[in-house]
Design a protein around this ligand. Structure first.
Ligand SMILES: Nc1ncnc2c1ncn2[C@@H]1O[C@H](COP(=O)(O)OP(=O)(O)OP(=O)(O)O)[C@@H](O)[C@H]1O
Ligand SMILES: [Mg+2]
Length: 227
């Protein structure tokens, strides 16, 4: 099977007050459809840097990212953001919802920007699985933390991206709700054959992941193949 995304010997340096921070040291990675991958590691070790480079939000200093076998990180910003919009769903710690639009309006906005028909059937089916049917007409600030996180997952998955990138998606939730959200991410990954890569601080849920990668001081290593 072809990898969906590949990091080929990427590094990332930041210049901070004339000092170079090596946020990522030479790192290679390949992710495949249907995998639920966790990325763990101490604060400041380079997890978010890794995830945002995979997602094309920033470029690596050296090396490159291939998405579906094609160069991705080398594209200019405009083409990169078009591909990102269609192929990648982001779930972030602080919710990725637009504050002044209801959940349903955010899905409509996506379709309008993408100039594609609104898919009521997918909304009905997905919102049922994610348990957000009753939340569609609400604004983000009318939702609880757990509801907001499920709505954010709805928003990320509705476009049917092949790659889902999540940065601490359960950071603001209690244990029970965290496990629920993780289980949802896992089951959607399997059901729709997506690749989900999730940064997490929470090692209690690693049993749900197929692979665990650890980043320490900018160096990524594969810890286990979970299941
Ligand atoms: N835009 C930036 N400019 C300068 N330095 C940065 C930038 N982004 C990240 N860094 C540095 O790179 C290193 C890795 O940061 P990163 O955000 O990837 O860590 P992290 O593992 O996600 O940490 P946390 O668990 O706290 O979110 C840190 O030393 C950070 O200070
Ligand atoms: Mg981070």
């Amino acid at each position: 099977m072809e990898p969906l995304i590949e990091a080929k010997r990427i590094t990332k340096d930041f210049l901070q007050k004339e000092e170079v921070v090596h946020a990522l040291r030479e790192t290679s990675f390949a992710g495949f459809p249907g995998e639920f991958v966790a990325v763990i590691g101490p604060s400041g070790s380079g997890k978010s840097t890794f995830l945002t480079i995979l997602g094309g939000l920033q470029k690596p200093t050296t090396g490159e990212i291939l998405l579906g076998g094609s160069p991705y990180s080398r594209l200019e910003a405009k083409s990169r953001s078009r591909i990102r919009f269609e192929k990648i769903g982001f779930i972030l710690q602080s919710s990725s919802l637009v504050p002044f639009l209801t959940v349903a309006e955010q899905l409509r906005l996506y379709d309008r920007l993408r100039k594609r028909p609104h898919d009521e059937a997918r909304i009905a089916e997905l919102s049922k699985r994610l348990g957000v049917e009753k939340l569609l007409r609400k604004l983000p600030n009318q939702l609880s933390g757990g509801e907001r996180q499920r709505a954010a997952i709805m928003k990320a998955l509705y476009p049917d991206p092949s790659l889902v990138l999540a940065d601490e998606p359960t950071a603001s939730l209690d244990r029970l709700k965290s496990r629920e959200v993780m289980e949802l991410l896992r089951s959607e990954t399997k059901r729709e054959n997506k690749l989900t890569i999730m940064v997490t601080h929470d090692e209690r849920f690693l049993d749900l992941c197929d692979r665990v990668c650890e980043i320490e001081d900018g160096v990524l290593s594969e810890k286990t193949s979970g299941r």
